[in-house]
Design a protein around this ligand. Structure first.
Ligand code: NDP
Length: 496
């Protein structure tokens, strides 16, 4: 196989040790983390190559695409569908605000799907331009590592290209996991759910995490019958229990059938659709069954073990605080490392990598005070510690302030849906350790609260901030009465 020694007629670069390389950096995977690392490294003077499978706009399932999961088959198309689905409830609410709407309101799924696909195509083009404007050379093909400083890219026509690079960055993300039950091939994952030809009439969603709750909200908002099957008492394990309970109540209030403490045991195709059997013996009929049961790092086809890169038992690439693997020339960022699997975190890791390796400014990603949101309808958003985490980690007492109220809009619309907010405070230092909210605009509000927490804001500083009236957000600065005081789990026990 001929090794391409010269790229676009440019001369090879020499490494510090005198070895020559085709690239200073070769990135495998052009998602959020990979594109960020590539662009920033190039801006610091590095010669950068990146590879990614081409995006097929006709069938956007299970193929690559510059932009990665977030842009092509994750956050962005999901949010477009959430916007679309939210109109269902908003139109109902509008009636009490004086809007005369005809009895039957039609929803055209195919129209929204086309708009979504057009937007994804546009963003895919923008991401490609971002790379070329930064001087990053894009190779459309599947990459793998063949040595500590060698990568191979297999193009769609089967041609293999081989390049050397002083540094290699693995940024290949993650992929949806399927449940191992009989008939599992009848189910889809979020990849296909974003491009279904028809809106499901009856969907069974399996899982209680982000994706399950978001798709249940999307399809219900568009008028589908939805059964949400999850194995815990409440969805969204890891979030504040009070928030989880409110999300569950709201999902039910919006008409989603919840099946807590339930597992699916089998799927079979019948003439009436897919029959999903639960471990309680219940039979749910559906035209779509969605597995939203977690994602696994995309590390399998990269040949990493052959070159000695260590993986953990989930297949995640093991890295140090600077995102470096045990092989000094190979680095990894984003979901493939399974640290905190969120797009903005992959961006932070990509930025820190570029600063460390090409700007001469060693930088560790800071995982504290990372806000996140579940785009259920209405959404949940949090930053910092949940009440349970705060209690678990605290030596002293924790002060909990909560506010549960009927948002002003609902007083007119008549919607029976409460908003809940919580602040968790260290009793000794008065520092706000965590904030959470379930209710309209929670993610928009939480980004600002995250800045306050990052700055170490105290409850007294929240209280002395003037509210923005009338808004739901102002509740965060008017929670004056203590809801409860809880002893931290690590508080030394006395014999009194
Ligand atoms: P999550 O890890 O959030 O949730 C997985 C769900 O599947 C959990 O409820 C889990 O249950 C359940 N589950 C796992 N295995 C089984 C099993 N064998 N049988 C039954 N249930 C099972 O994964 P998602 O797929 O929802 O999302 C993947 C990741 O993508 C998220 O963790 C997040 O990092 C990211 N993401 C972020 C979004 C955002 O920021 N808004 C949106 C979508 C995804 P249990 O809790 O009992 O383990």
């Amino acid at each position: 196989m001929a090794r391409k020694m010269l790229i676009d007629g440019e001369l090879e670069k020499l490494g510090e040790d005198g070895k020559s390389f085709d690239f200073d950096l070769f990135v495998i995977g052009a998602g959020s983390g990979g594109v960020r690392a590539a662009r920033f490294s190039a801006s610091f003077g590095a010669k950068v190559g990146i590879c990614e499978l081409p995006y097929d706009p006709i069938s956007s399932e299970k193929v690559g695409g510059v932009g990665g999961t977030c842009v092509i088959r994750g956050c962005v198309p999901k949010k477009i569908l959430v916007y679309g689905a939210s109109y269902g409830g908003d139109l109902e609410d509008a009636r009490n605000f004086g809007w005369e709407l005809s009895e039957k309101i039609d929803f055209n799924w195919k129209k929204l799907l086309q708009k979504k696909t057009d937007e994804i195509n546009r963003l895919n083009g923008i991401y490609k331009r971002l790379l070329s404007n930064a001087g990053v050379k894009l190779f459309e093909g599947e990459g793998k590592v063949v040595g500590p400083n060698e990568v191979e890219v297999t193009q769609l026509d089967g041609t293999k290209l081989s390049y050397s690079a002083k540094h290699i960055l693995i940024a290949t993300g993650s992929r949806a996991q399927r449940l191992n039950i009989p008939g599992q091939e009848l189910a889809i994952t979020s990849d296909e759910a974003l491009s279904l030809e028809e809106l499901p009439k009856h969907a069974v969603v399996v899982g209680g995490g982000y994706i399950a709750v978001e798709f249940a909200s999307i399809w219900r908002g568009m008028g589908s019958t939805v059964d949400l099957v999850f194995r815990k008492e409440l969805p969204l394990r890891g979030f504040d229990d009070e928030m989880r309970a409110m999300v569950a109540r709201n999902l039910e209030g919006r008409g989603i059938n919840l099946h807590p403490r339930t597992n699916l045991t089998q799927l079979t195709r019948t003439e009436h659709g897919i029959k999903a059997v639960t471990d309680h013996g219940e039979e749910l009929m559906a035209d779509v069954v969605l597995f939203a049961t977690g994602r696994a790092p995309n590390s399998k086809r990269l040949n990493l073990e052959a070159v000695g890169v260590e993986l953990d038992k989930t297949g995640a690439v093991k890295v140090d605080e600077y995102s470096r693997t045990n092989i000094p020339s190979i680095w990894a960022v984003g979901d493939v490392t399974n640290r905190m699997n969120l797009t903005p975190v992959a961006l932070m890791e990509g930025t820190c990598f570029a600063n460390t390796v090409f700007k001469g400014q060693p930088s560790k990603p800071d995982y504290s005070h990372v806000p996140c949101a579940v785009f259920s309808i209405p959404p949940l958003s949090v930053v910092g510690l949940s009440e349970e985490q705060a209690v678990e980690e605290a030596n002293g007492d924790i002060l909990v302030f909560t506010s549960t109220f009927n948002p002003m809009k609902n007083t007119i619309s008549g919607r029976q849906e409460k908003t809940v907010m919580k602040l968790v405070v260290d009793a000794e230092t008065d520092k706000v350790l965590g904030a959470s909210m379930v209710g309209p605009d929670a993610p928009e509000i939480m980004q600002g609260i995250a800045v306050a927490l990052k700055c170490g804001a105290t409850k007294a500083q929240f209280d002395s901030t003037v509210g923005l009236h009338p808004s739901s957000a102002e509740e965060f600065v008017t929670m004056r009465s203590l809801t409860r005081r809880v002893a931290g789990a690590r508080k030394p026990k006395t014999n009194l």
